[in-house]
Structures are given as structure tokens and as C-alpha cells.
Design a protein around this ligand. Structure first.
Ligand SMILES: Nc1ncnc2c1ncn2[C@@H]1O[C@H](COP(=O)(O)OP(=O)(O)O)[C@@H](O)[C@H]1O
Ligand SMILES: [Mg+2]
Length: 335
């Protein structure tokens, strides 16, 4: 795919309006415009090579989950993309322009891992401050601040100091500060850590709304279920390199396979167990892999009956991102 180089700044990708969220699997908005290109990025801290040559692309409107064990280099990568640390090698481009370009700077929104709001300012003052940083002034600034306050559902608390807010409310202000200038690409570094489930849901609804309007989203998270459900593509880094990049389906095919495993609990005595079954002595259960559950399951149940057994109960195990992650990194991903 050839990147489309834009010569003019993009029109704002979203505005102060409400848009219904799209289905997680609906990728129709991901266009062939390369919004973010990261190529061969290397970064060392002293003798420690934090990034060893990271490359990936994000298309316009695409939602990427950036995953990796602690210390893998995710935060360093986000800092490199946002220009907060200098690259040793490689390049980062936003809509075909280097990050030093003012258009590229204003195309990017960053929500850092550590809260980056002023606790001695109100929610409104924080938003005004970040809006000005990204060139918003006068009426445009006021409109975007109102929109952002509505968006994070904090209009009625707008003039209170953020120091008094709950963790989830601070997180929402932190996110609004990173998006209120209508970025084309939004980087979020673990925005839901320490956030209660209700606020987390609200944050993801907000991200869906942005994505619908064309913003590309790169999200690092420790919640693999959310990553699987809320992204179009998954990029996994470990030891400073990209070790996997694809849709969940592609990553499953490349690693553990997408076949389901069915575990049968049988009553009765089997004359001889059917071929293709594995016996788990500790659980006293049979299991097998199935390609098509609806087609194959009735056959298995009949086979057990022919052998003199009754299927008493069964469990279906579907491979997911947890299995992929464990397979690739040898580790579980935890908060
Ligand atoms: N400012 C820094 N100085 C020295 N080492 C750092 C610094 N920031 C990160 N590192 C190291 O770089 C590696 C990658 O860290 P980081 O990017 O924070 O990983 P992640 O976000 O995936 O947990 C780790 O080994 C970390 O200790
Ligand atoms: Mg980090």
C-alpha cells in the first residue's frame, strides 16, 4: 500500500457532534491513507537498548492495540512518536510529514501513561491550556472546551479544581486534554489503569466516537479482552521489537490456531473411545479440536452414544488474545 502524501492539512476529523458508535469489527472507515508511519526506530537509554528497530504503520481511522509485557518499550515508543524523546535511528511520519512539522504536531494527540493535568487548575482551565498549546484561540477554543466537557460528561464540574476529582474523572480530563484539538492520530498509553469499570466504559465509548469520525487510535492496554474487542489490528512488542502485527484472526492463525477445543464429561462406560479424542486423566474428561462447532458437535455426541456413553456436560474453549500473547511472549499480561 502506498502512503498518500497530503500536501494540505487535513480537515478536522471530528467536531462537537454526537455520532453513534460502530461495531467493533466494522473496519470500513480505515482508509488507504497512512496516518502514522514508524520506520526502523531505535532508542537506547545508556547501554540499555529500549527500542531495537520498530516499524509499523497505522491507516486513517484504524484502531491499533499496542501490547507488550512491562518493559517491552511501549511507553518509549509513544514518547518517540510524540517527539518527547529523540530517536537514535529511524523515522516517524504523520500524514507523510516529519513530527517536527507544525501540521504533524497538531495532527497528533497524546494521552500519557502518567496523568499530565494541572491539579491546581479547574477542568475547564486545563482544557483551555492544552487547547492553546495546539493553536486553538477565541471562539474556536471556547467551542472545543464546551464540546470536550460534554464529551467527558463533566460539564457540571467544569469549574472545580481537578485535585478534588476521582481517579476516573482525572483520567477523563487527561484524555480530553489530548484530543480537544481534533488530532488525526491519537496515542493513548494505558488510559484505563486504575479506572473504575463505569469510567472505563465511558472512555471506550469516547474512543469509539473518535474512531467513527476518522481518528486513528493507538492504545496501549493491559486489558487483552478490551484490546481484542476494541481494535482493528494488534501490534505486540517485546524486548524493543515488533514480534507480531495483524488482526486477531491473523495472529491466531500464526500462533495457536483458531480451532476451538471441546471438553466432554461422559457418564457410562465406553466400549472403546472414538479416534481423535485426547484423555485428560486428572480431570477425567475427553477433549478434541473442532473446526466447525455446529457441524461437528452433533457427530461427536452420536459417537459417544454409539460407544455406550452419554455426554453429561461439555465446555467449549475458544482461543483468544491471551493464548496468542502467552504463546509469543511466554508471559501473561497483567496490570
Ligand atoms: N528514562 C529512562 N531511562 C532509562 N531507562 C528507561 C527510561 N525509560 C524507560 N527505560 C527502560 O526502557 C525499557 C522500556 O521501558 P518502557 O518503554 O517504559 O516499557 P513499557 O512501557 O513497555 O513498560 C525498560 O527496560 C525501562 O526500564
Ligand atoms: Mg509503559
Amino acid at each position: 500500500m502506498n502512503p498518500t502524501i497530503l500536501t494540505e492539512p487535513l480537515a478536522p476529523v471530528f467536531g462537537p457532534s454526537t455520532v453513534k458508535g460502530r461495531e467493533p469489527s466494522d473496519n470500513s472507515l480505515a482508509s488507504d491513507v497512512v496516518a502514522l508511519e514508524v520506520h526502523g526506530v531505535k532508542k537506547a537509554y545508556g547501554s540499555h537498548q529500549a527500542l531495537r528497530g520498530v516499524s509499523f504503520q497505522v491507516m486513517r481511522g484504524e484502531r491499533i492495540a499496542l501490547l507488550g509485557p512491562n518493559g517491552a518499550g511501549k511507553t518509549t515508543l509513544i514518547r518517540c512518536i510524540s517527539g518527547r524523546v529523540r530517536l537514535d535511528e529511524g523515522r516517524v511520519q504523520l500524514f507523510g510529514k516529519p513530527t517536527t512539522n507544525p501540521f504533524a504536531f497538531h495532527s497528533l494527540g497524546v494521552v500519557p501513561q502518567d496523568l499530565a493535568i494541572y491539579q491546581d487548575l479547574t477542568a475547564r482551565e486545563n482544557l483551555e491550556c492544552f487547547g492553546r498549546l495546539h493553536g486553538l484561540r477565541g471562539r474556536g477554543l471556547r467551542e472545543q472546551v464546551s464540546w470536550a466537557l460534554r464529551w467527558i460528561a463533566l460539564e457540571d464540574r467544569a469549574d472545580e479544581l481537578t485535585a478534588r476529582f476521582s481517579g476516573g474523572m482525572k483520567r477523563r480530563v487527561n484524555i480530553a486534554c489530548g484530543v480537544m484539538h481534533k488530532p488525526g492520530v491519537l496515542l493513548l498509553d494505558e488510559p484505563t489503569v486504575g479506572v473504575d469499570p463505569q469510567s472505563r466504559q465511558r472512555i471506550f465509548d469516547m474512543l469509539d466516537e473518535l474512531s467513527v469520525m476518522g481518528t486513528s487510535i493507538v492504545l496501549t492496554t493491559h486489558h487483552l479482552d478490551e484490546a481484542e474487542e476494541r481494535s482493528d489490528r494488534i501490534v505486540i512488542v517485546d524486548h524493543g521489537t515488533v514480534i507480531a502485527d495483524g488482526t486477531i484472526q491473523e495472529l491466531l492463525e500464526q500462533t495457536v490456531g483458531s480451532q476451538r477445543r471441546v471438553v466432554f464429561e461422559i457418564s457410562g462406560q465406553l466400549s472403546s473411545p472414538p479416534d481423535g479424542l485426547t484423555w485428560d486423566e486428572s480431570r477425567k474428561r475427553f477433549s478434541c479440536s473442532v473446526h466447525n462447532l455446529l457441524e461437528e458437535l452433533p457427530d461427536w455426541i452420536s459417537k459417544f452414544e454409539e460407544m455406550g456413553g452419554q455426554v453429561h456436560d461439555l465446555e467449549v474453549h475458544t482461543p483468544n488474545l491471551h493464548h496468542v500473547f502467552l504463546h509469543l511472549t511466554g508471559r501473561e499480561l497483567r496490570d
